[in-house]
Design a protein around this ligand. Structure first.
Ligand code: HEM
Length: 148
C-alpha cells in the first residue's frame, strides 16, 4: 500500500465516528496543554474547566470543524496544494484568536494519539509515518498565517 492508501484506509475507519475520535484528540490536547481551554470562549464567557468545555455545544461544533478539515485533507491527499490558501487563512484565524503556532505541535501529537487509540493494531508504523507527513503538510500551510 502507498502512504496515500494508508491514510485513506485508516481515515475510513476513524471517520465512522468523527465526534468520538475528535473528542479523544481534544481530551488529550487539554491534558498536554490545559491552558488552551481558555482560548475557547463563546458568548464571551470562559469555561471554568475542561469538562465543561468538552461537553458544550459550541465546542462540539469546533470538534466537527476540525474533523471536517482533516476529512478535506484526506480527500485531497493527491493535491494538497489545492487547500493551501484555505489553510493559510485558517492559520491566520487561529493566530487572531490567540493560538501560538507551537501549540500545533501538541495538536499533532494528540491527533496521532487519537488515531492510535481508534485504530489499534491497524495503526502500523507506516500508517503513523503517513499521518505525520500529512499533518506536517497541513501545518506548513497553516503556519503562513503566523507570518507578519
Ligand atoms: C475556529 C481554537 C485547532 C479548525 C476556531 C475558534 C477557536 C479555535 C477559538 C473560533 C471559535 C469556533 O469556531 O469554535 C483552536 C485551538 C486549537 C484549534 C485552541 C488547538 C490549538 C484546530 C485545528 C483545526 C481547526 C487542528 C483543523 C485542522 C477550525 C475551523 C474553525 C476554527 C475550521 C472555523 C474557522 C472559521 O470560522 O472560518 N478554532 N482551534 N482548529 N478552527 Fe480551531
Amino acid at each position: 500500500e502507498t502512504q496515500k492508501d494508508l491514510i485513506r484506509d485508516s481515515w475510513h475507519i476513524v471517520s465512522q465516528d468523527q465526534l468520538h475520535h475528535g473528542t479523544v484528540l481534544f481530551t488529550r490536547l487539554f491534558q498536554l496543554e490545559p491552558e488552551l481551554v481558555f482560548l475557547f470562549h463563546y458568548n464571551s464567557s470562559e469555561f471554568s474547566d475542561v469538562q465543561e468545555c468538552l461537553s458544550s455545544a459550541e465546542f462540539t461544533e469546533h470538534i466537527r470543524k476540525v474533523m471536517t478539515v482533516i476529512d478535506a485533507a484526506v480527500g485531497s491527499v493527491d493535491s494538497l496544494s489545492s487547500l493551501d490558501e484555505y489553510l493559510t487563512g485558517l492559520g491566520r484565524k487561529h493566530r487572531a484568536v490567540g493560538v501560538k503556532l507551537e501549540s500545533f505541535k501538541t495538536v499533532g501529537e494528540s491527533l496521532l494519539y487519537a488515531l492510535e487509540l481508534g485504530l489499534g493494531d491497524a495503526f502500523t508504523p507506516d500508517t503513523r509515518e503517513a499521518w505525520s507527513q500529512l499533518y506536517a503538510t497541513v501545518v506548513r500551510s497553516m503556519s503562513r498565517g503566523w507570518r507578519r
